[in-house]
Design a protein around this ligand. Structure first.
Ligand code: 2P0
Length: 353
């Protein structure tokens, strides 16, 4: 048996772990999500509360698998992609486990072993899948009695976008109201019905190296210094309302148009940050040109870009081959993957991996 968040929100996880937990250990898998209306900017850095709501699709590629096992040693041991994590990477995981321990009323430390099937830190949402998998595995290993919404709020404390990867398909992350504990209670993701849209997302990787400026630093700098930030945030709230309606009426061109303008606007805000942040490279721009050319040819294809130079193109499944070919031929692309709607974060048995 595996747990898929979002299937039945009210079910406490504890009822569903069953035989997935071996002693005080658990293994979870989560997938990255790509925002069609972006999260860019925090109103509260302690609780990871966003300035605006956002909306994403969880992918069926690039899973993160994370095992958490409690141990009697002092301190947490963290292994990421087969290497011991040190410095900030270790501190982020240890701080997250501190939260879980405080909630569970336990003080044992843990060994965390996590690996990403996709590139790490390259704007392909590895922190979203990473902290969603860690939240599910750590909650299970420490015996937290949490439902999917609480799990989404917990994942948010590791990395904001991780709260959306608890769920499969499309998810909306509510900004919530207030700061501190009030904001914490009201800011979570939940699934929205959009499976009928069933789009393809073509992920064109132009550079799989880690980004030079972290998204955390970039969004902080943008909020603090960019004169474009407030106008984008105001527009993004409207984009979110329109996006929900477009998904509900299965209007892929509208979904794509809103996603593309929202992403371009986000990048515009950071170009005007001081100092400026620019994630898009000439290769990214060449791919954006290909997307325009596809549209001129009558193909409904729309681009979105995150905190990195890689370009993701939304289109109908029926067009995915044509779009993939155009992107491969039209740019200097290191790798190209076709993604569809993927599943929510799931506990797995050791022998199922
Ligand atoms: C998003 N991104 O909505 C936006 C769009 C990148 C661009 O969420 O500081 O790793 O850990 O909350 O979640 C990347 O930021 O940042 C992100 P933190 P996170 O997907």
């Amino acid at each position: 048996m595996t747990f898929t968040a979002g299937a039945e929100l009210a079910d406490p996880l504890a009822d569903r772990f069953g035989d997935n937990v071996i002693g005080d250990a658990a293994v979870a898998v989560a997938h990255p999500n790509i925002a069609l209306v972006k999260y860019w900017g925090k109103r509260d850095e302690t609780y990871f509360l966003p300035v605006t709501g956002s909306l994403s699709m969880t992918l069926d590629i690039y899973p993160t698998t994370t095992a958490v096992r409690l141990h009697a040693e002092p301190g947490d041991t963290v292994v990421l992609n087969d290497r011991p994590a040190v410095g900030d990477a270790h501190a982020r995981v240890a701080r997250f486990l501190d939260l879980v321990r405080a909630r569970a009323g336990r003080d044992e430390h843990a060994v965390v072993v996590s690996s990403n099937a996709g590139p790490t830190g390259a704007g392909l949402a590895s922190s979203a899948s990473g902290f969603a998998a860690l939240a599910v595995a750590a909650a299970a290993a420490y015996g937290l009695d949490v439902d999917a919404r609480a799990l989404s709020r917990l994942a948010r404390r590791g990395s904001g976008s991780a709260c959306r990867s608890i769920f499969g398909g499309f998810a909306v992350w509510h900004a919530g109201e207030g700061d501190g504990a009030a904001g914490d209670a009201s800011s979570y993701a939940e699934p929205i019905d959009g499976d009928a849209l069933d789009p393809a997302l073509i992920v064109a990787v132009v550079d799989d190296g880690a980004k030079a400026v972290s998204s955390r630093e970039a969004m902080r700098r943008t909020c603090d210094t960019s004169p474009f930030y407030q106008p984008w945030a105001a527009a993004s709230r409207l984009d979110l309302d329109e996006m929900r309606k477009a998904i509900a009426r299965r209007d892929l061109p509208a979904v794509g148009e809103i996603a593309e303008r929202n992403a371009l606007g986000m990048h515009a805000t950071m170009l005007l940050a001081r100092p400026s942040v620019r994630y898009l490279s000439p290769r990214s721009v060449a791919l954006l040109d290909r997307v325009l050319a596809l549209r001129a040819d009558g193909i409904a294809a729309y681009a979105t870009m995150d905190a990195g130079p890689n370009v993701k193109v939304l289109c109908a499944r029926a067009d995915e081959q044509r779009v993939t070919t155009a992107l491969r031929d039209g740019g200097d692309v290191a790798d190209i993957q076709v993604a569809h709607l993927g599943p929510g974060a799931t506990l797995v048995r050791d022998d199922e991996r």
